[in-house]
Design a protein around this ligand. Structure first.
Ligand code: HEM
Ligand SMILES: [Cu+2]
Length: 556
């Protein structure tokens, strides 16, 4: 591990010229080998990030195809496209793939992998081979999922609630649980790697108070990854044990307790929603500072709120169980704690707003995605507060209101941030610039398509449309048709960036080292960065986000 910090470790690749840090003479990581082998056995965090980007995007589109099927089916009240059983299998696979094979690894495993070493002035993560192993484990979990997909699927919902999953389901529950079990180890190893890296490999001068907020949020995420994921793993093993061997863990007939399952599941899964959104919050903090070209307002509050979310997030799982028959006192306390967890999220939004205030805000694509994120995240967060009110949740629990709430956070939020990150760091990762016009168009279309798809679902839920039903009362049809038409726009808008980004790989102009005039160590190295990132390990002497307070008179 410590050998990563010495310059002679990668000395062999640094022989092509004495270069200024912004020159492109040093060989880029993309050119450090062209064979498939050089990719599949790489230990370079940047190449592993690209491997993840490709595999995660693939799963995003598989999960998206399931969503398209469901939205088509929901066009008519009787659901003409899918059978009852087919619909159950579609939403289960959609959920399993989107949660575990897209959202959870999306930002950490691609952008976190690529950027954390660059941002803290290191040459790689602390355990490069473990990093590669995480990707293989992710792919193994992915194979299990694909196996489930082609052998008929599973029908329990992504939540695998007992007793359906352990006793009655005729789907491939054990294999699906295995897929999630396996991919969990990829999460744990990645979290571990990030934590050790942030502790051990910060370059001289990169104090905790100078860490980019992106790194802080990944640090907080890693804590959850390491502490919460094992609980899920054990829970899945217990389901498999009950299903295969009839052990009485959740089945009351055998002395088990089905509610125990819900407690275990949500003890993981509420913190897991923060695994999905904290990295996005980190991305947006970077983008907002770069967009406003100002120092971030209240650095310590934004950094600290990530840690606060990671901790308080462990105390609120019972808000998923208000109608489960748990004690009323427990529900009241979970309700209160859920309101508390919204405070640090609110702090972030206020600080971003204060950062943007009086800034000369750039409207380039990454920043449009960031602005879209803030709007959608606020709607998602505020409706979370509504759901956290015990008295209201009893009415809207398991309706489309909940579906709309979490899609605003996870799709409007995390996916927007993912695209924002892709547009911000693409020139750094690939070394090419893309069309800013097309970037703005797709940011606008995604925002529009998203709202058209999911806003009607708040109304549907409020009116009583239950989730996970594929046939419904005809009075709901108009809103469902709105939602499905929005999904057409959204689906097309998600495909668009891949067209111009691919095009840019061949035909885009070479990117400068710092195309957005942003701060942060990753912008001091060439685009794309050389294999060993830094020729000499940098020494940090300035605070983060040291943008000029007044912008006129040059850029620096
Ligand atoms: C401001 C903080 C938040 C609060 C107070 C909150 C509150 C709630 C509540 C009370 C429910 C349960 C509703 C029900 O089942 O009747 C819920 C569901 C859900 N929330 Fe949130 N939430 C917050 C943030 C988030 C975030 C950040 C995410 C994801 C990144 C998220 C994802 C979900 C998901 C996936 C569900 C539904 C799970 C299911 O039933 O399948 N929430 N939220
Ligand atoms: Cu929750």
């Amino acid at each position: 591990m410590s050998d990563l910090a010495t310059s002679d470790h990668y000395g062999r690749t640094a022989d092509d010229g004495g270069v200024s840090e912004t020159g492109t003479q040093r060989q880029s990581y993309l050119r450090a080998g062209h064979t498939l082998r050089s990719w599949l056995f790489t230990t370079d965090h940047k190449r592993i990030a690209i491997l993840y980007l490709i595999s995660i995007t693939t799963f995003f589109f598989i999960g998206g195809a399931a969503a398209a099927l469901m939205r088509a089916d929901l066009l008519t009240p009787q659901g003409d496209l899918l059978s009852d059983e087919g619909y159950n299998r579609a939403f289960t696979l959609h959920g399993v793939i989107m949660v575990w094979f897209f959202l959870i690894p999306s930002i950490p495993n691609t952008f976190g992998n690529f950027l954390i070493p660059l941002m803290i002035g290191a040459r790689d993560l602390a355990f490069p081979r473990l990093n590669l192993l995480s990707w293989y484990i992710y792919m193994l979990g992915g194979l299990f999922t694909v196996y489930v997909l082609i052998t008929g699927g599973v029908d329990t919902g992504w939540t695998f609630y007992t007793p359906l999953s352990s006793m009655f389901s005729n789907g491939n529950v054990v294999i699906a649980a295995t897929a999630v079990f396996v991919v969990g180890f990829s999460s744990i190893l990645t979290g571990l790697n990030f934590i050790v890296t942030v502790h051990k490999l910060r370059c001289p001068g990169m104090t905790w108070g100078r860490l980019p907020l992106f790194v802080w949020s990944h640090y907080a995420t890693s804590i959850i990854l390491v502490l919460a994921t094992p609980v899920l793993s054990i829970t899945l093993v217990l389901i498999a044990a009950e299903r295969l061997f009839g052990l009485g863990i959740f089945d009351p007939k055998l002395g088990g307790d089905p509610l125990l399952y819900q407690h275990l599941f949500w003890f993981y899964s509420h913190p897991a929603v923060y695994i999905m959104v904290l990295p996005a919050l980190g991305v947006v903090s970077e983008l907002i500072a770069a967009a406003a070209h100002k120092p971030i307002f209240g650095y310590w509050f934004v950094a600290g709120s990530s840690i606060a979310i990671a901790i308080i997030g462990f105390l609120v799982w019972g808000h998923h169980m208000f109608v489960s028959g748990q004690s009323m006192y427990a529900s009241a306390i979970f309700s209160l704690l859920s309101l508390v967890v919204a405070v640090p999220s609110g702090i972030k939004v206020y600080n971003w707003t204060a950062t943007l205030y009086k800034g000369h805000i750039s409207l380039d694509p990454p920043f449009l995605f960031a602005m879209g994120f803030v709007g959608l995240f606020v709607v998602g967060g505020l409706t979370g507060l509504i759901l956290a009110m015990l008295a209201i949740d009893v009415h809207v629990h398991d309706t489309y209101f909940v579906v709309a709430h979490f899609h605003y956070i996870m799709v409007g939020g995390t996916v927007s941030a993912f695209f924002g990150a892709l547009h911000f760091w693409w020139p750094k990762m690939i070394g090419r610039t893309y069309s800013l016009v097309w970037g703005r168009i797709s940011a606008a279309l995604i925002f529009l398509g998203f709202n058209l798809t999911f806003f009607p679902q708040f109304i549907l839920g409020y009116l009583g449309m239950p989730r996970r039903y594929h046939s419904y009362d005809p009075s709901f049809q108009v809103l469902h048709v709105f939602s499905s038409s929005g999904a057409v726009i959204l689906g097309a808008a998600y495909l668009l960036p891949f067209a111009y980004l691919f095009y840019s790989m061949r035909c885009g102009a070479p990117a400068e080292a710092n195309p957005w005039d942003a701060r942060g160590l990753e912008w001091t190295v060439p685009s794309p960065p050389p294999r060993e990132n830094f020729e000499t390990i940098p020494v940090v002497t300035r605070p983060p986000y040291d943008y000029p307070v007044e912008r006129e008179g040059g850029d620096d």
